[in-house]
Ligand binder design. Structure first.
Ligand code: SAM
Length: 294
């Protein structure tokens, strides 16, 4: 192990008065990290979204700690009591049913209150469906937005898709099995047939699948086999294509810059000035006849 890595390995022991935000598997139990296990074993109490669901996970790893339910219906009410425990030197972990707490899951009120009370909050990172899907989609990751679940009603969902889909960055959303088909219909209607979308289902599980297709083809792919609508879903939506106006402006700027600069430098300067992606500006610079990479 290099010294830099050795220095960065924290002591697995749990410190008094600390709140640990611990990520748990999103399907594959092998994804509960050794550090997560050590922390869950070491804390005085585990705050779980659903004590029965988490009880099964903890039993699988032979972890026996007192559990307190912390979910959307009681989080505000129970937070003061938990902050009292932390202030008295007890260590707590917060976990959700699956993945990273606070990411479309409970935990926010407790973490915010701990911060406001000046108590130490430590992340024990691990699985997160949004990040897993983003990492496998092959869509740009340099800038992205996570938007949680879309609204349940079609009108509101279309409105939200219009907002999200106009942005110049990748968008990640969660979706459930009973809405996935309707959401893809709305996506085609609002963002067009050609917008590329990655559908990732059942990540880390037996029937894991991920496909990246233009929206209309993805809708047909889903409809072709009823099994494809089962399970849990993440959609990763490609950024809005630049408008004709943007492209004309980028061309004008690049033509001027290319008189003095190489394509890669011109793309870098243009990216700084416009906020557009450097890779796309570089491709455009080459199209405009800038000389090849230096
Ligand atoms: N906190 C979790 C995380 O870090 O991913 C997310 C919790 S949210 C209540 C549950 C949603 O996450 C599901 O409806 C689905 O959209 C997504 N999800 C969770 N596990 C997944 C999996 N194994 N494959 C695909 N999507 C998943």
């Amino acid at each position: 192990m290099s010294q830099a890595i050795a220095d960065s390995v924290p002591d697995a022991a749990v410190a008094p008065g600390h709140l640990y935000v611990v990520a748990t598997p999103i399907g594959n139990l092998g994804d509960l990290s050794p550090r997560a296990q050590a922390v869950l074993r070491g804390v005085d109490r585990i705050c779980a979204e659903d004590t029965r669901t988490s009880g099964l996970l903890l039993a699988h790893f032979g972890i026996q700690r007192p559990l307190t339910a912390v979910h959307e219906h009681n989080e505000d009410r129970i937070t003061a009591e938990l902050i009292g425990q932390l202030s008295a030197g007890r260590s707590l972990a917060v976990i959700s049913d699956a993945g990273t707490p606070l990411i479309s899951d409970p935990g926010f009120a407790l973490v915010r209150a701990a911060r406001e009370a000046g108590l130490p909050v430590i992340a024990v990172p691990g699985p997160c469906a949004a990040i897993a899907a983003l990492s496998l989609a092959g869509l740009p990751t340099d800038a992205f937005a996570f938007a949680g679940f879309l609204p349940a009603k079609s009108n509101a969902r279309r409105e939200r898709l219009r907002e999200l889909g106009g942005a110049p960055h990748t968008v990640v959303v969660y979706e459930s099995s009973h809405r996935i088909a309707d959401t893809l219909d709305d996506l085609v209607a609002v963002l067009g047939e050609q917008r590329r979308v990655c559908l990732a289902r059942e990540l880390t599980k037996k029937f894991e699948q991920s496909v990246v297709l233009p929206a209309a083809q993805l809708r047909d792919w889903l409809a072709a086999d009823v099994n494809r609508s089962r399970g849990e879903f993440v959609l990763v939506i490609e950024a809005a294509p630049p408008s004709d106006g943007d492209r004309a402006e980028h061309e004008r700027l690049l033509r001027a810059l290319l008189k003095e600069l190489s394509p890669s430098k011109a793309a870098r300067v243009a990216a700084e000035l416009t906020g557009a992606r450097k890779n796309e500006l570089y491709a455009l610079a080459l199209e405009l006849g800038g000389t090849a990479p230096e």
